[in-house]
Design a protein around this ligand. Structure first.
Ligand code: ADP
Ligand code: MG
Length: 633
């Protein structure tokens, strides 16, 4: 770690730094860079590149890459300019390293048999691909200075020399998270929540009215959650359950317990379509029990909004909505349970904002976070650190596996023909046009074009269109028409990814499937196969498809187990992508990569305990800074 680490001056704000005006400062802030320290450590991309090893055979001229290999040849060339030529090889090939100014010590560093890690730009040379003056690190030599850390040594001494720079930073970051979490756990031990005892017996009444028997897995997690809620220790529980596993009923039971105790409950979903669906379900379940949900979304405005805010402040038992519920003007009287659905779509900060609404003194609401995006256990422990995990590992009975086919987009015509036949038999289908560019507008446009085209090709069949840029009343109208079967084919963007539940829909076409993550494909596919009809999913890809994309698509054909898919996704893409941008609800690391650095995790706790308070403060400030509070979510 840098020498200033032990007692650093307070960080200057980003706008106080020389050369940074308000405009640039604002841009930095959107990246979470608020001060000098954040700025210094805002370097994930660069580090990513330098830590990803490239197989030597994959080197191409002008690529800047990190390679690792064994020295297999070394010679000094006299010629016009004296140069040192070193050849390294890995399992895939060889590359030349060329040095014009060199020292005898370098000749020793590059002795035959030594393992080197080299970072530099590749070019064509007389001997094939070469790197001129790469930065080199001698791996073997690096591992000969190894010593048992002395418990009294400072962090610098403990970490120094054990790892190449990036690994050391990663370790430092993991330690910082560990320390922050330990503090939060201590702070949490001082918080309490209202114990929610279902005096009114709403849970029993809800379940008795439910048309199905809960699955064993649903019952188990209901018991876990019920126990948490009846205690004064604030619940922070993640409910993981595959698409269609029935998380909504579990949420409803939790809500019933809280309302049965006279408390307020808020349920938040990331899209209006999903929130609306919860409103419909919860209304149907709770109206007979005398509870009418209060609805709040961004589009609720004017008088209606005033009225809604008034009801919430007065203590209306159940609020359902989108992130509009996080807004400042929203006040609750006695909010004791916050339920967040499909949490990967939210930022932790948003969830905290809602939890904060229920906080008084040291009393905080219980939190239940639900997700269908399964992540492998090993990652979950760290990524969802601080949340306890319940898993619904069983689907309701009667689900039919969805047959999945991979079809070249060129054969679209044949696919449309098959749809015509299926729709003629009374079936319903989705046609999904996923994100092509990072733009809502373009996505919506693509969906519009596709809908128009399909309408032309399927005369006499009603084709509907739904995308995120439509007015909410229009969205609702389209969803209703689809539910009632008036619309046979629904062209949609990925807005339908989460939660949409129309059991008669048994066919799904996904365009540009090769561009989507496996978890996302899994979510989408989970929209079909809910009814009695045998369901099918067609993944349309645009050839040529690379090897990796092909592997990934094959996974979709081979399994429908969300966990298995997530594991394969992890293997194929690495955790950076898997836990990437979309899943902002989890702890984010700047340098550390839970897959790559899994081997470091065992070291974290012992090193962290060897630090004194000042050192711990410095690390937390450097790596987590303002984000510290977020880990409390
Ligand atoms: P998800 O976990 O994806 O949110 P949902 O809660 O939307 O899943 O449930 C998916 C479907 O399964 C819904 O139509 C719901 O009514 C149904 N369902 C839930 N629990 C059961 C059960 N125990 N038996 C039969 N169907 C169930
Ligand atoms: Mg759901």
């Amino acid at each position: 770690m840098p020498a200033d680490s032990r007692k650093s001056a307070p960080a200057r704000r980003i706008e106080d730094l020389p050369g940074i005006g308000p405009g640039l400062a604002a841009k930095f802030r959107t990246l979470g860079v608020n001060d000098e320290h954040n700025l210094l450590f805002h370097l994930p991309l660069r580090y990513e590149d330098r830590t990803r090893l490239t197989p030597i055979s994959r080197l191409r001229p002008s690529l800047t890459a990190l390679v690792e290999g064994r020295v297999c040849h070394q010679e000094t060339r006299q010629g016009g300019r004296r140069s040192l030529l070193v050849v390294i090889e890995d399992d895939t090939g060889q590359v030349v390293l060329r040095f014009f100014n060199f020292y005898p010590s370098q000749q020793r560093q590059f002795a035959i048999g030594n393992r080197l890690r080299c970072f530099g730009e590749v070019r064509f040379g007389p001997e094939g691909f070469e790197m001129a003056h790469p930065q080199c690190q001698n791996l073997r030599a690096g591992h000969e200075p190894i010593h048992r850390p002395d418990p009294g040594a400072d962090l610098e001494g403990l970490i120094n020399g054990l790892h190449p720079a990036v690994r050391r930073l990663a370790l430092e970051e993991l330690i910082a998270h560990h320390l922050a979490l330990a503090r939060l756990n201590r702070a949490r031990a001082r918080q309490h929540a209202q114990a929610l005892c279902d005096e009114a017996g709403l849970v029993g009444r809800l379940l008795r009215a439910f048309p199905f028997e809960p699955t064993a897995a649903q019952k188990r997690v209901m018991t876990e959650i019920g126990a948490d809620l009846s205690g004064t220790r604030p619940m922070r529980r993640l409910l993981q359950g595959d698409v269609g596993s029935g998380k909504t009923l579990v949420a409803a039971a939790a809500a019933a317990q809280a309302m049965g105790a006279g408390a307020q409950v808020a349920i938040v979903a990331p899209t209006e379509i999903l929130a609306e669906q919860h409103r419909v379900n919860f209304s149907a379940w709770f109206k007979p029990l005398g509870i009418e949900p209060v609805w709040l979304a961004g589009k609720v405005t004017g008088k209606k909004r005033e009225q809604t805010l008034g009801e919430l402040a007065d203590g209306a038992a159940l609020a359902i909505g989108t992130h509009a519920l996080f807004q400042e003007a929203v006040q609750f009287r006695n909010l004791c349970l916050v339920i967040v659905d499909e949490q990967h779509r939210f930022g932790v900060d948003q969830r905290l904002a809602l939890a904060a609404k229920g906080s008084r003194d040291r009393q905080v609401p219980h939190q239940l976070v639900m997700t269908a995006t399964p992540i492998p256990r090993t990652l979950a422990m760290t990524a969802y650190a601080g949340l306890e995990i319940s898993v619904i590992d069983e689907l309701p009975p009667g689900r039919k596996p969805v047959t999945t086919a991979l079809i070249d987009g060129e054969r679209r015509g044949q696919v449309i023909e098959r749809i015509r036949i299926a729709l003629g038999e009374g079936r319903q289908a989705y046609w999904v046009c996923p994100l092509i560019e990072e733009s809502d507008a373009l996505e919506a446009e693509a969906a519009e074009t596709t809908a128009a085209e399909l309408e032309r090709q399927l005369p006499g069949l009603r084709v509907g269109l739904i995308h995120g840029r439509m007015k909410s009343t229009d969205k609702t109208a389209v969803m209703d028409a689809f539910k009632q079967g008036h619309i046979r084919l629904l062209v949609a963007t990925t807005v339908i990814e989460v939660g949409v539940d129309v059991s008669n829909a048994s066919l799904m076409m996904i365009e540009n499937a090769e561009r989507l993550g496996l978890s996302q494909l899994h979510q989408l596919r989970g929209r079909v196969g809910r009814g009695s009809e045998k369901a099918a999913c067609v993944l349309l890809y645009k050839s040529p498809v690379g090897q990796l994309a092909r592997e990934r698509l094959k996974v979709m054909r081979e399994t429908s187990d969300g966990f298995r898919i997530a594991e394969r996704d992890l293997e194929l893409r690495g955790p950076g992508e898997l836990l990437g941008r979309r899943q902002t609800g989890m702890l984010r690391f700047r340098i550390a990569d839970l897959g790559r650095d899994a081997g470091l995790i065992d070291r974290v706790a012992p090193l962290a305990t060897a630090l004194d308070r000042d050192q711990a403060d410095t690390l937390i400030r450097r790596w987590i800074g303002d984000a510290e509070q977020f880990a409390d979510a």
